[in-house]
Design a protein around this ligand. Structure first.
Ligand SMILES: [Zn+2]
Length: 567
């Protein structure tokens, strides 16, 4: 007798093989049978007209804090994600004693846009070491599966205290850090992560702790994983700019690290319109590394990396003095002000005065170029630019923005693409065999971007609307490839004996819905929320967690420990 049978669906099994019609029988959390199943089950899902596919794995999230107040892993779970990797870019919450938690939160607050009030209110700090953090996650009820890296910024802060933000590590510091990495990997950390990008700053504009490390420190910490024979190394890339010599120097170090340590190296890559082909040399690097005996795979996105702007969150003009005064008012009063012709005129004029150049970091708004600022009036492209709409209306672009916002009672979103403006490049990167489609940053940048939907976007936009990717290839990109690259054995495919993580969806309607702003984080902190349409059921470890994207009450998610803890 099966616990659950998904009947009459079309199987897309995650391997890239062509679809076929079959039932899926599930028992004891695993896939027990695929085929024509005549037995009975405690629970049956009729998937007629639907696709049955493996649950999606998102390998680039920052759910480290959120897991303690949101067991479901929203918004990712609403887009078919059944397993996430957290602790990316050096930002984990362990190792760290409770008394030092403000230091770790300092690493996270600006770099990842997670409100310290939310972390303060939502986390019961029950750990000091990384193994203890894993135990805390293990004990927490979960809707989906989680696996975690140990992050360099936390590690450095744990060992060096305040010096982590100013100093190079001493030999003693380094030994202590290596010891922690070793015990983390043995306890089941999926790997070790770091950040060397200037996009990762503390609220007072200082680099996060990992950025103070020299390359030798990074090498020695990754080397521990090599000795242990387990773990993946993720890096938020060094700022080389476009200087070919610095790029080459960085690439040589990465390549040597992968070859010397034997540890798989991974990082995210985007195309940028100021240097449209820069990304290509990183794919060439991954090929060269493989040829020389190392392993490297590249995390890519399924669309433009958009900053989501609105009067409810941030707008590009907020720092201008006239704007600042209005923008600190409650939203209803801002709306009234924007309807006042005098104030309106002043606001528009202020944007025409020469502006002092500010450096934005990460997904903070850039100064507005109206050709590259889009009206988000639907969940997937095409979008019209503000410049285009202003032309149509014969108005100033800033007036147009104000009008558009007022037409939606201040709830209008605008998109400012930071990277991946060229959709052809996006497709080319996704199709590269050294790519993994991931990088939602889910759990972070919660009021700045809304990329938990990048996977459902692939299914709706790239597969259905553009027919640029087959559904079979898309599911392979989203399930088997990340499962394989991160070593999540027994997941990522619909196969007998595999964990029963599965999604049932309508290929004609699946896709992201419009986002909205909510204040449902602990302490009432705000975040963008986005659901998806077309998902009939989401199954994790054999239990239905979401039906029509509503929580059933089940919490079957697990902590997935790395290979050394599974032996
Ligand atoms: Zn990240």
């Amino acid at each position: 007798m099966h616990d659950l049978i998904i009947r009459n669906g079309t199987i897309v099994d995650g391997s890239g093989l062509p679809r076929y019609r079959a039932d899926v029988g599930i028992a004891k959390g695993k896939i027990a049978a695929i085929g024509r199943i005549n037995e009975r089950a405690k629970e049956v899902i009729d998937a007629e007209g639907h696709i049955v596919a493996p649950g999606i794995i998102d390998a680039h999230t920052h759910m480290d804090a959120q897991v303690f107040w949101d067991p479901l892993g929203t918004c990712s779970c609403w887009h078919g994600i059944t397993s996430v990797v957290m602790g990316n870019c050096g930002f984990s919450l362990a190792p760290c004693a409770e008394k030092d938690k403000l230091l770790v939160m300092r690493n996270l607050e600006r770099a990842e846009d997670i409100a310290p009030e939310a972390m303060e209110a939502g986390i019961k700090w029950a750990w000091k070491t990384f193994p203890q953090y894993l135990d805390a996650v293990d004990k927490t009820p979960k809707g989906i599966n989680y696996t975690a890296y140990i992050g360099h910024s936390a590690l450095r802060t744990y060992v060096m205290g305040e010096r982590a933000f100013t100093d190079e590590a001493t030999p003693k510091d380094l030994t202590a850090m290596q010891r922690e990495v070793r015990s983390a990997i043995r306890a089941g950390a999926i790997g070790f992560t770091t950040s060397r990008t200037r996009n990762h700053q503390t609220p007072d504009g200082q680099p996060v702790a990992s950025r103070l490390a020299n390359w030798d420190e990074v090498r020695q910490l990754v080397g521990v994983m090599g000795e242990e024979g387990a773990g993946v190394f993720e890096i938020a890339a060094e700022d080389t700019g476009l200087d070919p010599e610095r790029v080459r120097d960085y690439q040589n170090r990465l390549k040597a690290l992968a070859i010397d340590s034997g540890v798989p190296v991974t990082f995210g890559m985007f195309s940028a319109h100021r240097a449209p082909d820069h990304w290509r040399q990183y794919f060439a690097l991954a090929d060269e590394t493989a040829a020389a005996g190392g392993r490297m795979f590249i995390q890519v996105h399924s669309r433009a990396l958009n900053i989501v702007l609105s009067f409810e969150t941030v707008m590009p003009f907020d720092k201008l003095p006239v704007w600042r005064d209005i923008r600190k008012l409650p939203l209803a009063e801002q709306e009234a002000a924007l309807r006042n012709p005098d104030i309106r005129r002043k606001l528009v004029e202020a944007t025409h005065e020469p502006q002092e150049r500010r450096r934005s970091v990460g997904p903070e708004p850039r100064s507005a170029n109206f050709k590259w600022l889009f009206l988000m009036d639907r969940a997937t492209p095409p979008y019209r630019s503000v410049a285009e709409i202003a032309d149509e209306r014969g108005k100033d672009p800033v007036e147009t923005i104000i009008d558009l916002a007022l037409e939606e009672h201040m709830k209008q979103f605008f998109l400012q693409p930071l990277f991946n403006q060229n959709q052809e490049h996006v497709l080319e990167m996704m199709r590269n065999p050294r790519s993994v489609v991931t990088f939602s940053d889910s759990g972070a940048h919660v009021s700045q971007i809304m990329d938990s939907s990048l996977q459902s976007h692939l299914l709706s936009y790239c597969v259905r609307e553009k027919q640029a990717v087959t559904l079979e290839d898309a599911m392979r990109m989203l399930s088997f490839i990340p499962a394989y690259q991160w070593g999540l054995t027994g997941r990522g495919l619909l196969r007998e004996g595999y964990a029963a993580d599965a999604i049932v969806f309508d290929p004609d309607t699946v896709g992201p819905m419009m986002p909205h702003l909510d204040h449902d984080l602990p302490a009432g902190a705000r975040r963008l929320k986005q659901k998806a349409a077309g998902l009939m059921a989401t199954v994790v470890n054999g239990e239905v967690v979401l039906r029509n994207n509503e929580h059933t009450g089940a919490l079957p998610g697990k902590l997935l420990r790395g290979p050394l803890a599974r032996r």
